[in-house]
Design a protein around this ligand. Structure first.
Ligand SMILES: [Zn+2]
Ligand SMILES: [Zn+2]
Length: 95
């Protein structure tokens, strides 16, 4: 699949995607939007071929921003609870 872009008149670095009509500044980043099997970070548009790679990226790069995202926040809370449970188990074993 090959994407084509139209230059947006009056703008030096804005392009219009001929597939979805979206105005984009970074053609290479937008390229991945139309590739199935690619996982794109909604915050920084980084793309990964595997969803778990994207999840790892999201967790480490956007831990602060993830507060705004309910799904991610729930996920983070679940992780925290897991950690707390593990800690309690350790404490119980010790005592
Ligand atoms: Zn597009
Ligand atoms: Zn990102």
């Amino acid at each position: 699949m090959r994407l084509t872009f139209d230059k947006v008149p009056g703008s030096c670095n804005l392009h219009r995607c001929k597939i979805c009509g979206k105005h984009v500044t970074h053609i290479r980043n937008h390229y991945h939007v139309h590739y199935p099997g690619r996982f794109e970070c909604p915050l920084c548009r980084a793309t990964y071929t595997r969803s778990d790679n994207l999840r790892t990226h999201f967790k480490f790069k956007h831990s602060a921003e993830s507060e705004k995202n309910a799904d991610t926040k729930d996920h983070a809370n679940a992780q925290l609870q897991l950690a707390a449970t593990a800690h309690n188990d350790t404490m119980n074993t010790l005592s």
